[in-house]
Design a protein. Structure first.
Ligand SMILES: [Zn+2]
Length: 124
């Protein structure tokens, strides 16, 4: 499961941060702002679910996950359209994903991030 492996890394790095001296916070006081590329995950729902499972029994339990998915961008060689696509428009498993242009329907390459863009820990 793709999301699970990704979130495992995220949670691991957050817990390492929380283990540093001087950082004292309880789960409910924390908000995790996570920005990922749309090609890094299959669905936002599965990503949230993986987070919930992974933080159980850790200092991050009951923390809030603010998940921001950076959309993929399509650049159409036919009509010149450039813009973001909605979630689920491309299969993240494809190496060179193509999607139909929302303006003219031509299959065009999409670009997007396949990884974690940023992780931020906000403590109330
Ligand atoms: Zn087009």
């Amino acid at each position: 499961m793709h999301e699970y492996a990704l979130m495992e890394e995220v949670v691991k790095s957050l817990l390492a941060k929380l283990a540093e001296p001087g950082v004292a916070a309880e789960g409910a006081e924390m908000e995790v702002v996570l920005k990922v590329g749309a090609l890094a995950i299959h669905s936002a729902a599965a990503t949230r679910q993986a987070y919930e499972v992974l933080v159980k029994g850790t200092k991050l339990e009951n923390s809030r996950l603010n998940l921001i998915v950076e959309p993929v961008t399509l650049a159409c060689p036919n009509c010149g359209f450039t813009g973001p696509l909605p979630e689920g428009a491309v299969d993240p498993h494809e190496q060179l994903p193509l999607a139909p242009c929302p303006q003219c329907g031509t299959l065009a390459p999409v670009t997007g991030s396949r990884g974690v863009e940023s992780i931020e820990l906000v403590i109330d």
